[in-house]
Design a protein around this ligand. Structure first.
Ligand SMILES: [Zn+2]
Ligand SMILES: [Zn+2]
Length: 270
């Protein structure tokens, strides 16, 4: 019974609720899933409850913290974080506030460019989820400006596009420290897309415990390279589908790791 260690829900920019994600994982026969929403742990409790009520799978509490290094997005996964830790919760709430500020600035830009989109539209798309660019994209689709999320990103809100506002950077080191604060196990997400290999050794020295070797966007060469790097730096090689509910990322269970990996992560808890 393998595990998918990278899963999003409606608590961030996924399209399935935590309960539905757990039900789907059960149907697929997965042994464990980690709920890793962007900058929030609010999807964890409902997922854990559903798993307990329905007889599995194991739900690992997690988060995916958005950090930035020299302008590149670097994501730090945190497994087994204590979702009740007050210092940790305060800090991730501050991150959420920054996300809202950024979204408001981006909407301002889009409006000044003549697009009919409002912050209310974007908030409606986000619902209770932690606000992100995908919700701005959805509002643009709804307004008929573009046909889909991908077009919204390539024309309006992707990096170097007219509506883009860079995020206020959290450094990868800060993100690792934040996961440690909540007694969690920090893992560098999809290093192949972060393209920040130069900082991996430094992060490992600062407490990074794993490397997401297996990811839908990694090719065979990258998998080999990150497996080697994980062995050299004594990092746990992890993996997951980065499921968001739709077809534009991985399918749930598309990337799986053996339960042994889950045990190794558990051993790395503080
Ligand atoms: Zn990510
Ligand atoms: Zn992700």
């Amino acid at each position: 019974m393998p595990a998918d260690l990278h899963v999003h829900t409606t608590a961030s920019d996924g399209t399935l609720s935590p309960v539905r994600v757990v039900c789907l994982a059960r149907t697929l026969g997965l042994g464990a899933i980690a709920i890793t929403d962007h900058d929030t742990v609010s999807g964890v409790a409902p997922a854990v409850q559903e798993a307990a009520a329905g007889g599995g799978p194991v739900v690992i509490p997690g988060i995916e913290i958005s950090a930035s290094h020299h302008g590149r997005d670097v994501h730090i996964l945190g497994y087994y974080v204590n979702t009740m830790h007050s210092g940790f919760l305060t800090r991730i709430r501050q991150l959420a506030d920054k996300r809202s500020e950024r979204a408001a600035r981006m909407v301002g830009r889009l409006r000044s460019l003549g697009l009919r989109v409002s912050l209310d539209d974007v908030l409606e798309q986000a619902g209770k989820a932690s606000l992100g660019r995908p919700h701005i994209a959805d509002a643009l689709v709804r307004a008929g400006v573009v046909q889909n999320r991908a077009q919204a990103f390539s024309r309006w809100i992707g990096r170097d596009c007219p509506g883009y506002v860079p995020r206020e950077p959290v450094s990868p080191l800060e993100a690792v420290a934040l996961v440690r604060l909540a007694k969690g196990v920090p893992v560098l997400a999809h290093p192949g897309t972060a393209r920040a290999d130069g900082i991996i050794a430094e992060l490992a020295a600062a407490g990074l415990q794993g490397l997401e070797v297996y990811h839908p966007e990694h090719n065979a060469e990258q998998v080999r390279r990150y497996l080697d790097m994980a062995a050299t730096l004594r990092l746990v090689p992890t993996g997951g589908s980065d499921f968001h509910g739709g077809d534009d990322h991985g399918r749930l269970g598309e990337v799986l790791v053996p339960l042994k990996v889950v045990e190794e992560l558990e051993h790395r808890c503080l």
